[in-house]
Design a protein around this ligand. Structure first.
Ligand code: AHG
Ligand code: MN
Ligand code: MN
Length: 357
């Protein structure tokens, strides 16, 4: 029943009213609904999410035209703090996140995969309450072949003001996050976020230029058929991981899916269940993925959705980084699937075995 403006009650909701209400459930409104408050903090968080949405729209727009515009795809020729070759879209997307928070009064500091040190926005600092940590383009290897890529973000309270860029207050465990999410630039552009009250997905309606609520309170299945891992690294792993993959190969009901972009592989598992793994290798035991703006935000989401995220021996959200660009092994997804992987890793007898032929 809907109370009409005149105070009368309408008998039921017409189709039109329902769809209008849906079109009005934008990101900023949803944040306020979640917080059940119009306080200054709630308004700030709502405005911050709206800015993340603007960043996503700007990046989605550029990606949709990438093949038609000069200077959009391909490499810049530079190497970033990760030691990785930087793509032009990495730089563009990084700049977009900085630009949308200028003059916002919301975010004093941005820490990005693409920047060695955090970026301060001095005019925001006296009143800024938040730090934004982000991976501007996740899955860069997919960029030039028009496959799915994403952006990942994590929102923390700003607890320090070390202008020397040490960002020591960011070096805290993942439970300190007050919000996290990602954007998936696929056939449609989807934004998934949580501020600690469930995981919710929004779909960009290009005709409106708004992210509209699609699915609320997403719950990852307690177990699922998908295992997502780059098996090209098989012989670089510890024996226990190889044993887990052998177990999966011999078991009925598993299916392999690996897209090369963490956000896309994670999104599939969030909705269909299963496990994504990026284990450490003998040469790089800490693995490839970065804790503060890849693993920790996704760990925040998956736990909100009823799943788990682990290094194999420790919950991702409990890990305390020693440096901004710290890497960590990542096993993330359905509770039962993650527990299965951990059981292999924690069974010490396996790790001590020599490499089987
Ligand atoms: P990024 O593009 O931000 O560097 O992230 C790439 C990551 C992640 O998205 C993906 O899961 C993984 O790298 C793929 O690595 P491999 O190509 O080694 O499988
Ligand atoms: Mn990434
Ligand atoms: Mn990236």
């Amino acid at each position: 029943m809907v109370n009409a403006p005149t105070g009368e009650t309408r008998i039921g909701q017409t189709e039109q009213v329902q769809s209008l209400d849906r079109d009005c459930t934008t990101l900023s409104r949803h944040v306020l609904q979640q917080l059940k408050s119009f306080s200054a903090d709630a308004q700030d968080l709502s405005a911050l999410m709206n800015r993340v949405g603007l960043a996503a729209k700007l990046i989605a727009r550029r990606l949709s035209r990438a093949g038609l515009m000069a200077d959009t795809l391909g490499f810049t020729g530079a190497v970033n703090v990760q030691g990785e070759s930087v793509k032009k879209m990495d730089v563009y997307a990084n700049e977009v996140f900085i630009s949308v928070f200028q003059q916002s009064g919301l975010v004093c500091r941005l820490a990005s995969e693409e920047m060695e040190k955090p970026y301060y926005i001095p005019e925001n600092c006296p009143i800024g309450r938040y730090s934004l940590l982000y991976d501007p383009i996740d899955g860069s290897s997919n960029l030039d072949i028009n496959l799915d890529v994403g952006s990942i973000f994590s929102i923390r309270k700003q607890e320090g003001d070390d202008a020397d860029g040490s960002a020591s207050d960011l070096l805290q465990h993942g439970h300190k996050q007050i919000g996290a999410g990602y954007v998936l630039y696929g056939p449609s552009t989807i934004l998934v976020y949580s501020i600690g009250q469930g995981v919710h997905s929004f779909t960009l309606d290009p005709s409106l230029g708004e992210f509209i609520l699609a699915t609320e309170n997403i719950q990852v299945p307690s177990r699922g058929p998908i295992y997502s891992v780059n098996e090209g690294n098989f012989w670089q792993w510890k024996e226990s991981l190889r044993d887990y993959i052998r177990y999966v190969h011999r078991s009925e009901g598993y299916t392999a899916r690996y897209g090369g972009a963490l956000v896309g592989d994670f999104h599939r598992i969030l909705f269909q269940g299963g496990v994504f793994l990026y284990p450490g290798t003998v040469k790089q035991p800490e693995g490839k993925l970065r804790l503060l703006y890849e693993s920790a935000p996704l760990a925040f989401l998956i736990e909100q959705a009823g799943g788990r995220a682990s290094t194999g021996t420790q919950d991702i959200l409990d890990v305390v980084p020693t440096k901004l660009h710290e890497r960590s092994p990542l096993i993330i997804g359905s509770k039962e699937n993650v527990a299965m992987v951990e059981s292999f890793i924690q069974d010490r007898s396996r790790n001590s075995r020599t490499v089987e032929s």
